[in-house]
Design a protein around this ligand. Structure first.
Ligand code: NAD
Length: 336
């Protein structure tokens, strides 16, 4: 039976990379009934708002969406679509694996870590006000409820992906109340997971350790702003945003997306690398229970990337987006 999945094509290179990913998923033998929905600049043009209510309703129905990059709509009154989606659908966990990709040259080998970022509060709660002219306050909200659910998500992730340790990254030595609550809550949740070891690390030390030897970490869990920065840092360890996938999970809805932007400089030129969105799509297939196809797709992608001749321009190769999609599709076709 076909899976129902909402598709946000996105702006800029979005339509090219989503077309490539759809083509490869089909070649892997997974049947998906794509439901196109609007968001971003194209939604402003067609529906007058970057995040139409119909889009939210459709994602609530299908419970799964694949999303291309969205250009930020210019103009006051438009909030970020990414933040809007997370808040409206309560996508409380951002899941960012960073794994060495054979053939993509970086400083480290054998990096394999997962950053879990709390997605709904912290400094991104949007609570800012002017105290007096020239002085502005932003509120950094940490709640026990949100800390507990992200801690549970991190430990469950460790179990699911056979990892032995979770590291709670925080600044509880200075932010004694807020990060103190976060750390205490993660410690509390850890009691229910005796099979997983919990460590903790202060954010600044964690940043240093990550760039010195990222292989010492397995699963890292942290609040929103730290997670925003550390997840990009982790991407940098394995080749950058062009090769890292991302999933945003709520209680019963999940959205999978690339973390890079719309690349306006190469949009429409058949030059974009669909790797990040493709890796996000393999996470989506696993979420849908399509384990074999996901493994086949990932294996095909990694083997194609290993050959310098069959990479896209950003990774030093000569293939266009569509040629790259054809090559990966051929490599992962059922029976190949
Ligand atoms: P960008 O990621 O779009 O581009 C940075 C550089 O990386 C460019 O040179 C681009 O060509 C290259 N690049 C990015 N993705 C690539 C790919 N798949 N293949 C090959 N090269 C790739 O960042 P930017 O220029 O700062 O942002 C452009 C727009 O994207 C802005 O409107 C920004 O708000 C938006 N944006 C959206 C998201 C998202 O929706 N998740 C994330 C970041 C930026």
């Amino acid at each position: 039976m076909a899976h129902n999945v909402c598709l946000i094509e996105g702006d800029g290179i979005g339509p090219e990379i989503t077309a490539a990913v759809k083509r490869i998923i089909e070649a892997a033998g997974v049947s998906i009934d794509w439901r196109p929905v609007l968001a971003g600049v194209s939604a402003v043009e067609k529906a007058g708002t970057p995040l139409p209510p119909e889009t939210i309703l459709a994602i609530k129905e299908t419970k799964v969406a694949l999303k291309g990059p969205l250009a930020t709509a210019i103009g006051k009154g438009f909030r970020s679509v990414n933040v809007g989606l997370r808040q409206e659908l309560q996508l409380y966990a951002n899941f960012r694996p960073a794994r060495t990709i054979p053939g993509v040259k970086t400083r480290f080998e054998e990096v394999d870590l997962i950053v879990i970022r709390e997605n709904t509060e912290g400094l991104y709660s949007g609570l800012e006000h002017t105290v007096v002219p020239g002085v502005v306050e932003s509120l950094r909200v940490i709640s026990e409820k949100a800390s507990r659910r992200i801690a549970i998500f991190a430990f469950e992730t460790a179990r699911k992906y056979n990892r032995k340790t979770v590291t709670c990254v925080h600044k509880a030595n200075i932010l004694k109340l807020s990060d103190g609550l976060f750390l205490d809550t993660v410690n509390e949740v850890a009691k229910d997971y005796p099979d997983i070891e919990l460590n903790d690390c202060i954010i600044d030390a964690a940043a240093m350790k990550l760039v010195m030897d990222p292989t010492q970490f397995e699963v890292l869990v942290m609040e929103n702003l730290f997670g925003d920065i550390v997840s990009d840092l982790a991407s940098g360890l394995v080749g950058g945003l062009g090769v890292t996938p991302s999933g945003n999970y709520g209680a019963d809805v999940a959205i999978f997306e690339a973390v890079h932007g719309t690349a306006p400089d190469i949009a429409g030129k058949d030059l974009a690398n669909p790797t990040a969105l493709l890796l996000s799509a393999t996470m989506m297939l696993k979420h849908l229970g399509e384990m074999d196809a996901a493994d086949r797709m990932e294996g095909a992608l990694l083997s194609v990337l290993q050959n310098p001749e069959t990479r896209t321009g950003d990774l030093g190769g000569k293939l266009s987006t569509s040629q790259f999609a054809d090559t990966v599709a051929e490599a992962c076709a059922v029976g190949s």
